[in-house]
Design a protein around this ligand. Structure first.
Ligand code: GDP
Ligand code: MG
Length: 192
């Protein structure tokens, strides 16, 4: 994995959320933007990514969170969407089994575009609707483990902080991966 600095000296970090339409990706990204939860069916984002400065383990990041603008139904993201992504979060809804089984197709797209050089997350959303659960925690955990992903469970509606914590955790994993690849990365900014 390579690292790149932004104009303000922060490390650039691109994170994408993918998964079927309706699982809650836009509402999850709204949490990071401090926007309120939206009940609307199509919470269409105004732009395709959002940047937030985050300091994790004393490292300053400009985190670019990319959202899809309704392209999910095409099942084919543009190259630019995947390009340079360091963390990919595969999102499913615990209330719709199909959104979980179809993660495999999303994963294939990730592998085709990014290979293995990426930190993976599998995130179950809509935990507040547990009465309608179609995907058990056990099977989701097992699947995440089988693909080397970090599993999480949240609700964009009622457990907003847990998504932030989950995201921070993935960034910590990314830092650990970087440390293994480039020992000097955290200690000294790279001079080119
Ligand atoms: P996207 O298509 O993946 O971007 O999904 P959206 O963020 O647009 O959400 C789709 C629908 O699910 C909207 O009606 C949201 O209000 C609803 N939704 C999203 N997250 C949650 C959640 O955690 N709990 C509940 N109850 N509804 C949610
Ligand atoms: Mg959306």
């Amino acid at each position: 994995m390579d690292v790149e600095l932004d104009d303000n000296g922060n490390y650039k970090l691109k994170i994408i959320l993918i998964g079927n339409a309706g699982v809650g990706k836009t509402n999850l990204i709204n949490i990071i933007q401090d926007k309120e939860f939206s009940e609307n069916e199509a919470a269409t984002p105004s732009c395709s990514f959002f940047m937030k400065e985050m300091t994790i383990d004393k490292v300053n990041f400009n985190v670019y969170l990319w959202d899809t603008i309704g392209q999910e139904k095409l099942k084919a993201q543009t190259k630019i969407f995947f390009k340079n992504s360091k963390i990919v979060i595969l999102v499913y809804s615990i209330t719709v089994k199909q959104t979980f089984t179809e993660l495999e197709g999303w994963l294939k797209q990730v592998k085709d575009s990014l290979g293995d050089n990426v930190v993976l997350g599998v995130l179950g959303n809509k935990k507040d609707l547990f009465m309608q659960e179609e995907v058990s925690e056990e099977e989701a955990q097992e699947y995440a483990k089988s693909i080397g992903a970090e599993w999480g469970l949240t609700s964009a509606k009622t457990e907003r902080q847990s998504f932030v914590t989950y995201l921070e955790n993935l960034i910590k994993i990314y830092i650990q991966c970087q440390k293994q690849v480039k020992i000097k990365y955290i200690l000294e900014p790279i001079n080119i």
